[in-house]
Design a protein around this ligand. Structure first.
Ligand code: HMG
Ligand code: MG
Length: 313
């Protein structure tokens, strides 16, 4: 494997407030979400996905999308994005001041149908009411392709389908396509193979990776992706979240873990790890459970040991 193309800088695309909180059982008050996003804005992150303008019957956790979007304090230099599945979602997002939106679909039919109640073909048609109108309104449009490395219903996914969707989405005008390992089944050589095929049809800066750590392979997969020159990596604070229509999809790659690894390799992210840890501690209290990030656990253990020493001394 030739991993010689490490970028000097990687953009972390933080999805915790959206991809994380959409999967939490405990309702989080809107004011707490706003405070969480405002705290994330002060960590050096340049991209934060804050919510989704979807049917609240399907994702009740994000029913307060408009209130969140209109209540956060927008920090200059930070891009705040949201998911929009259709025209209605786009209109609500634009009305709430969003100028960074993301469409989403799956590489496997069954997951797509369960996630957005449409076939892949119907979803692409629905995007005609989203991508061009969003751009005409001055918004940037990103796209997610989910289940790229495996589907919870169909198993293996043919990379040919992924490549075809990347081509189709680029032709429709999205600025970047994020390839999602929605259920965390991908492994490093598979990532190398799929990315190799995708990068044959798309410029590298237009491709991002979105790994889940369900089976512990997310960081290894990131290593391969950045080794191939990918410079945008999605992750969620503390490892929050998953996908409500993907059984077993617990845990996005934790932002702390990937930032730690990249900094250790001399790759800049602009993100302050200590500030992330402070945010994660607050979020763990909000969601009411421990967060899976290994870096976070180690950091909190160190802080606890130090404070015991101070108390004892
Ligand atoms: P549908 O039921 O087929 O839509 O849902 P419809 O057009 O037939 O409308 C039915 C009702 O939904 C109507 O309301 C609409 O107004 C309403 P009613 O008349 O019954 O009261 N509706 C909406 N309400 C608010 N906002 C909207 C909207 N659109 C319709 N935008 C729809 C289709 C896509 C809306 C629905 O299936 C949905 O909301 N799904 C949620 C999908 C979702 O958010 N999934 C989680 C995303 S995570 C993911 O995809 C993976 C990713 O994270 C990457 C990875 O991890 O790999 C991106
Ligand atoms: Mg995810």
């Amino acid at each position: 494997m030739d991993l010689a193309k490490f970028p000097e800088r990687v953009t972390i695309y933080e999805v915790g407030p959206r991809d994380g909180l959409q999967n939490e059982a405990r309702p989080i008050p809107t004011a707490d979400k706003v405070a969480f996003i405002d705290a994330l804005s002060a960590t050096g992150l340049s991209h934060i996905e804050i919510t989704s303008f979807v049917n609240p019957k399907w994702i009740p956790q994000l029913a307060d999308a408009a209130q969140v979007a209109t209540s956060i304090t927008r920090r200059p230099g930070v891009h705040y994005s949201c998911l929009v599945p259709n025209k209605k979602g786009l209109e609500s997002a634009l009305a709430a001041g969003m100028r960074d939106v993301a469409v989403f679909l799956s590489a496997s039919e069954t997951h797509n149908k369960k996630n957005v109640n449409k076939t892949i073909g119907e979803t692409l048609i629905a995007f005609e009411d989203v991508i061009a109108p969003a751009k005409a309104a001055g918004a940037r449009v990103r796209a997610y392709v989910s289940t790229v490395f495996g589907c919870p219903y169909e198993g293996a996914v043919d990379p040919v389908k992924v490549v075809a969707l990347v081509k189709e989405l680029r032709a429709r005008g999205v600025y970047q396509v994020s390839l999602g390992d929605t259920i965390g089944v991908g492994t490093p050589l598979q990532v190398q193979s799929v990315l190799g095929q995708v990068l044959a049809v798309a410029p590298i800066e237009e491709i991002a990776v979105h790994f889940h750590d369900t089976r512990g392979t997310a960081l290894a997969n990131v290593l391969v992706a950045v080794g191939l020159g990918i410079s945008t990596v999605d992750s969620a604070l503390g490892g929050l979240g998953g996908c409500p229509y993907a059984p077993g999809a617990s845990g996005n790659l934790a932002t702390e873990d990937v930032v730690y690894m990249l900094h250790g390799m001399g790759i800049e992210t602009g993100v302050d790890l200590e500030a992330l840890v402070a945010c994660s501690s607050r979020v763990a209290a909000l969601v009411g459970h421990e967060l899976p990030s290994k870096y976070l656990k180690a950091a909190l253990g160190t802080i606890a040991r130090q404070s015991r020493r101070v108390t004892a001394g």
